[in-house]
Design a protein around this ligand. Structure first.
Ligand SMILES: Cc1cc2nc3c(=O)[nH]c(=O)nc-3n(C[C@H](O)[C@H](O)[C@H](O)COP(=O)(O)OP(=O)(O)OC[C@H]3O[C@@H](n4cnc5c(N)ncnc54)[C@H](O)[C@@H]3O)c2cc1C
Length: 507
């Protein structure tokens, strides 16, 4: 059985490798010159920056992948748990370290009120239960038919989880301190949604950070993509970079292959699209007379976008940790500016990554490689980025020099700014939504597009805009679900040796 996977993002690579391990003849076609999609890196003058994901969470999903393809993870990746997971600096100068050292963590929480420690333990107990049940009932499995999600445990769970409340409301239910309310709710920004709008089920995110921990793959997150690509090729899969797909071709409702940008037709029995789902419908299926209902991903709300600053800096900053957050107190106005008013915030919230704190190979001696990510509106609401980016850069530099990075402007030796139009063009992301479809209540779990195309036989979807959602570990789960669907529909294939013709660059 010939499979074509469109896109060598984390989802395409992991799904392709799983299918190759089941004996399928798999080719991955990637439009860019390197693999990894959003999970990529930029190297210049001895500095290395991840340009997408930096926080490696739920490492069990990586372990599951390596187990499924029969490879020891330690031969491909070296993961370190970071402690603290991150430091939050609030706009009034107060700080909170998310550390796994229990005594220190308790002291950190108590800085914000004597009764907050009890609230914290109640929150942790609640979110642990939320995490375990959500994974079992709604994340680790496909939710294609009512029988998949209307089990006898689902309804009591939903009533207890109260998904009609927001993550911000849920944090207020536990904590009195505005700082802690922010610290235990801002994580929804990882998913491109405001905590004011995000369903309370996602309150489990701080639990994941604190208890499962934040990990670092030595060399940066792009090493994860490279490891998946290596496994895929070792299993006989073929990688073709700089190969852009123009259209998914079908005949009588059955997928027949893909048409490339250069008008070459490549036949296939099965096509897996790892391309952002609204783009898959908008571009790759544009010629298909699909029912209005099936084109729902085009009408769904997209998550926010990001502006990312990559700075090579000629000095080190002892106050920085590997992962750092800067959050305004209160942060409601900043969130409303980005998510409701569609403007660049006056006081941005931002995430700052300094991987050279853990891994000296990421910057020359005595230097720091710094990535700053600012959540901004997506291109459905805000355009004119050449005007907005210099304003944002000025605001950010001012803020950083007053707080975490005194004298920064004088020490920047290399600079690269990744804007919403850049992300949109580089990865074909609809409305430059860097995190995919927004995980609002009616766009999560069974309401999110599932792994099988509802219209075309042999077409499957994998990646951040499909179920279960955005983020490297969750996309790894999506890859398992998509590969399982193919195997359920077509069976395991006899292993044959396919001649390998790769055009992949792994950096
Ligand atoms: C700035 C940023 C920070 C992030 N931080 C984190 C984090 O810290 N932790 C975390 O877990 N997640 C993070 N994420 C989210 C994470 O990167 C994504 O969820 C994940 O990488 C998405 O993988 P994917 O396989 O779904 O899609 P993609 O990575 O988008 O892969 C799709 C691939 O398809 C290719 N493609 C598109 N169109 C075509 C075509 N026509 N023909 C051929 N190829 C095509 C694209 O070039 C791309 O390579 C971050 C994302 C961004 C942008």
């Amino acid at each position: 059985m010939r499979v074509i996977v469109i896109g060598a993002g984390i989802g395409g690579l992991a799904c392709g490798a799983r299918l190759a391990a089941q004996g399928y003849d798999v080719a991955i076609l990637e439009k860019n010159h390197s693999v990894g999609g959003r999970c990529a890196r930029h190297e210049t003058h001895g500095f290395t920056f991840d340009t997408g994901p930096t926080l490696c969470m739920m490492p069990d999903t990586l372990e599951q992948f390596f187990h499924a393809v029969g490879r020891p993870m330690s031969q491909y990746l070296s993961l370190q748990r970071l402690d603290p997971a991150y430091r939050i600096t609030f706009s009034d100068g107060r700080t909170l370290d998310f550390t796994q050292q229990l005594k220190t963590l308790e002291q950190e929480i108590q800085k914000f009120g004597v009764n907050e420690l009890a609230a914290f333990y109640r929150f942790l107990g609640h979110t642990e239960a939320l995490y375990r049940t959500s994974r079992e009932l709604f994340i680790d499995r496909a939710l294609e038919r009512p029988a998949d999600y209307l089990g006898i445990r689902s309804l009591p769970y939903l009533l207890k989880a109260r998904p009609w409340r927001s993550v911000a409301q849920e944090a207020r239910r536990f904590f009195r301190s505005p700082h802690l309310q922010i610290a235990f709710s801002f994580q929804t920004l990882y998913l491109g949604i405001s905590p004011l709008d995000c369903p309370s089920i996602y309150s489990m995110l701080p639990y994941i950070d604190l208890v499962q921990g934040v990990h670092y793959p030595v060399g940066g997150m792009s090493r994860v993509a490279e490891a998946l690509a290596r496994v895929f090729q070792e299993l006989g899969g073929r990688l073709h970079c700089q190969t852009e797909v123009e259209e998914i071709v079908n005949q009588g409702g059955q997928v027949r292959g893909v048409l490339l940008h250069n008008e070459e037709f490549l036949p296939a029995d099965i096509v897996v699209s790892n391309v952002d789902l609204p783009t898959t419908y908008h571009r790759l299926l544009k010629g298909q007379p699909l029912p209005w209902r099936s084109r729902r991903p085009l009408r769904m709300k997209k998550g926010c976008s990001a502006v990312v600053f990559l700075w090579g800096v000629s000095q080190t900053y002892p106050r920085l940790h590997h992962h750092n957050l800067y959050l305004p107190v209160p942060y409601t106005q900043t969130l409303r500016t980005v998510f409701e008013e569609g403007r660049v915030p006056e006081e941005p919230a931002f995430y700052l990554c300094a991987p050279s704190k853990t891994d000296p190979s990421m910057a020359p001696p005595g230097c720091e490689s710094i990535m700053v990510l600012v959540p901004v509106p997506n291109q459905a609401t805000l355009h004119d980025w050449p005007q907005h980016v210099p304003v944002l850069r000025q605001r950010l530099l001012h803020l950083l020099q007053q707080t975490l990075l005194p004298g920064l402007a004088h020490h920047i030796v290399t600079e690269q700014i990744l804007t919403p139009p850049w992300y949109a063009a580089q990865y074909a992301l609809a409305d430059a939504s860097t995190f995919g479809l927004s995980p609002s209540f009616f766009q999560s779990a069974m309401f999110r597009p599932q792994r099988r195309s509802p219209d075309l036989r042999g077409l499957y979807f994998v990646g951040a805009s499909a179920h279960p959602g955005n983020g490297v570990p969750i996309v790894l789960i999506s890859a398992r679900l998509a590969a399982d669907a193919v195997v359920a529909d077509y069976g395991t294939q006899p292993h044959v040796h396919h001649p390998v013709a790769n055009t992949a660059h792994l950096a």
